[in-house]
Design a protein around this ligand. Structure first.
Ligand code: SAM
Ligand code: SF4
Length: 335
């Protein structure tokens, strides 16, 4: 397969080798930080990419230098044709990964194994059944927790994502890290980010610095090891000495990692987003359906990428609702 990174290199010389594809706008949970209580307006089914379109558009990215694809959503595993999508994408020369809320993982272990998917990120924001119900508006804690144990047993590389919200789950940081004592998992704390309809307030966010302070106070500085981050990693990684697993902090708000950003996002309705925080989108699906080349649209979108956080280069700008509320809800971007 020929690769040509030219169209995926932006004006700041960042090469975009990682594509996140959202497979659906729907979800079997209703996380408060991700979507408004009333739900989001859903695109008609005919506007959502089918499996052939997902494959063809993904192939164009791979031909132009993408080496990693992560499937997300909504909840990617609720797509009825997920086995076909996985099979098609697994035929491309890329590392394939998935981010899921974990509810139906037990039914998908075989198809994930068959398609050589090793890296699975599961979202879990609390270890309390009641709090799980409060944050996700659904009563599925046990299912998700047991499915995480199943993934570990089956030998997958498991990362757990928790969005930290002050007064809600910040008292669980140490409990989460204690899970890494016996399990070889990575627990990742995500700073709460603003999106349309998620009632974001910087006062609700638990920052990178605050997480580290709590961890250092509890485990003592000499036991908290900074470990090497993977290339283009968005997280800062740590380990408690002697623990099997590790933990990490994703500090998109207080300490953005835009300099090394290698990510592009394709929404379920076939729009390319050059940045998680950017409200602007480029319609690839319509152009693809017209039988035209999507490469020039991709190139234009990549060249238009801002240096920092979709142009919100200061915390002050990020705090302005008129800037971040133009962006979609996270459920329709995919994280
Ligand atoms: N349904 C899947 C899941 O929950 O893992 C995949 C889609 S979800 C949108 C992808 C990731 O985005 C999840 O890890 C979720 O925690 C994260 N996320 C959603 N809203 C967020 C927000 N406001 N701030 C930070 N992370 C958020
Ligand atoms: Fe669904 Fe994931 Fe959003 Fe929760 S974070 S509502 S599981 S898409």
């Amino acid at each position: 397969m020929k690769t040509n990174q030219a169209i995926l290199t932006d004006q700041f010389k960042r090469k975009h080798t990682y594509l996140r594809i959202s497979l659906t706008e729907r979800c079997n949970l209703r996380c408060t930080y991700c979507m408004p209580a009333e739900g989001v307006p859903l695109s008609p089914k005919s506007h959502i990419m089918d499996y052939d379109e997902i494959y063809a558009i993904a192939k164009t990215f791979v031909e132009n230098g993408v080496t990693k694809i992560r499937l997300t959503g909504g909840e990617p595993l609720i797509r009825k044709d997920i086995h076909i999508i996985l099979g098609k994408l697994a035929s491309l020369p890329v590392e394939l990964a998935i981010t899921t809320n974990g509810i139906t993982l037990d039914r998908h272990i075989d198809v994930l194994k068959e398609n050589n998917i090793k890296n699975i990120n599961v979202s879990l924001d609390t270890l309390s059944e009641d709090k799980f119900k409060e944050i996700t508006r659904r009563n599925q804690f046990e299912k998700v927790y047991n499915n995480i144990l199943l993934l570990i047993e089956k030998g997958f590389n498991v990362k757990i994502n928790a969005v930290l919200i002050k007064g809600f789950n910040d008292d669980e940081i140490i409990d989460f890290i204690n899970l890494t004592k016996g399990f070889s998992i990575s627990f990742r704390f995500i700073e709460f980010m603003p999106f349309d309809g998620n009632k974001w307030d910087i006062k609700k966010m638990v920052s990178y610095a605050e997480v580290l302070e709590r961890v250092n106070n509890h485990f003592f500085l000499e036991n908290v090891e900074r470990i090497k981050d993977a290339e283009n990693d968005t997280s800062k990684n740590y380990r408690i000495k002697g623990y099997k697993g590790s933990f990490a902090i994703i500090s998109s708000v207080t300490n953005p990692f835009c300099d090394s950003c290698n990510r592009l996002r394709l929404t379920a309705d076939g729009k390319l987003k050059n940045c998680l925080f950017s409200a602007s989108e480029s319609d690839l699906l319509t152009v693809f359906r017209e039988g035209k080349s999507i490469a020039p649209i991709i190139q234009k979108a990549v060249l238009g990428k801002f240096k920092i956080r979709g142009g919100m280069d200061t915390l002050e700008k990020l705090k302005k609702p008129d800037l971040h509320s133009k962006n979609r809800s996270m459920i329709t971007i995919g994280g």
